[in-house]
Write a protein that binds this ligand. Sequence first.
Ligand SMILES: *Cc1c(COP(=O)(O)O)cnc(C)c1O
Length: 394
Amino acid sequence: METFLANEEGYYGQFGGAYVPEILHASVEALRQSYLPIIRSEEFLTEYRSLLRDYVGRPSPLYFAKRLSERYGAKIYLKREDLNHTGAHKINNTVGQILIARKMGKRRIIAETGAGQHGVATATICALMDMECVVYMGETDVLRQRANVEKMRMLGAKVVPVLSGNRTLKDATNEAIRDWCCHPSDTFYIIGSTVGPHPYPDMVARLQSVISEEIKSQLLEKTGRDYPDTLMACVGGGSNAAGTIYHYIDDPRVRIVLAEAGGLGVDSGKTAATIALGQVGILHGAKSYVIQSPDGQIEEPYSISAGLDYPGIGPMHANLSEKGRGKVIPVNDDEALNAAFELTRLEGIIPALESAHALGALPKMNFRPDEIVVLTVSGRGDKDMDTYLKHFGK
Ligand SMILES: *Cc1c(COP(=O)(O)O)cnc(C)c1O
C-alpha cells in the first residue's frame, strides 16, 4: 500500500532527505541512528507520557463548537492545543526532543523561533531539565512578540536577535544552523517544526502524533466513530498539521485540508503561501517547495502571523499536496483576523493568529450537513493581543 509517511531515508515521495554540510554529517547521522530506538524504548515512553500528562496537561480537550458548527453547517470539533502549558502544540515536540538529547548525552540546547512559541516551549523544558538554552529569533519577531521574549529570558534562556534578511524565522533558522556547525559535538538542535534534514520531519511528526492519537479515542467516545470526515489545521512548517493527521494520513475516508499564510494575497509579493507559489528546492537541509526567485534565491516571505512567516513547508505536506492527498488553501491576513474575531465572539476562545488561518479556511469549504470536522486550534491568542487590538473594529 502507498504510504504518505516517510521512508527509511526520510523521503516523502520526492521530498525530504538530508542535505547538510559535511561538518554536520556526523551529528545528523548519530541522531538518525538513535531517534527510533529511543522513541520506542520503555524508558522514553514512560517519561514522555508522564510529562505530557502531568506537566503539559494532556490530553487536550476535543471540544464540540456548537455555534461555529451552526454558522458553517457541519459538526465542527476543535482540538484544543491552545490549552497546553505554554499555550501551543509546540511543547509536545520539545518535551520529546529534550529527552532524546539527554539520552544522547547533550547538555547544550539551541533552537530557532518565529512567533516565540517554540522558543518559550524550549526554554521552559530547559529550565525544567536544567539544560543550557540559546534561542535564535529574527529581530522583527523579537519586536512583534515581546511578551514571549521576556518569558524566554525569565526562564533563563539566552535570546539572540538575528539581524540578517528580513529578520524573521528563515533567518533565525540559518543562524541556529550556523551555531550547530560550530558546536556539533555538545549541542542538540531542537527544531520546532516538521522541517530540516531527516530525521527531523519524521521525528517531530511522531512526537506531535499524540494529537491524532487522542482525536481517535475522543471522537469514538463523542460520536461513536474514531475518524472524522475532514481534518483541518494551519501549516507553517507543518508540525501541528502533521500531528493532527498522523494516524489518518493513509486513511482515504478522511479528507485533509490545510491553510497556509496568504499574507496580503498570493499575487501581492507579500505572502508566505509556499504551496501556491513555491518551486522544488532545498531549504534548511531538506528538499521541498520553496518560495524562490527564478535563479534560486529564497524570497522574503510575509505573513501577519510570525509562526507562518516561512518560505518553505515540511516535505510531508509538499508530498500530500503534490499527490492530491491533501489540499492546501491560502488564507490571507484579513481573512485570518476576521476568523479570529469570529471564534472569539461565537465560542469565547481567542485563538493564535496562526490557528486563525485554519479557521479562515472554513468559509472557503463546502460541507455536507452531517460532516464531522476536526480543526486544530494550535495555540492561544495571548501573544497576538497587540495585533488584534490594532485591527479591532476595522
Ligand atoms: C509555530 C506555530 C504554528 C506553525 O508551526 P507548525 O509547525 O506549522 O505547526 C502554528 N500555530 C502556532 C500556535 C504556533 O506557535
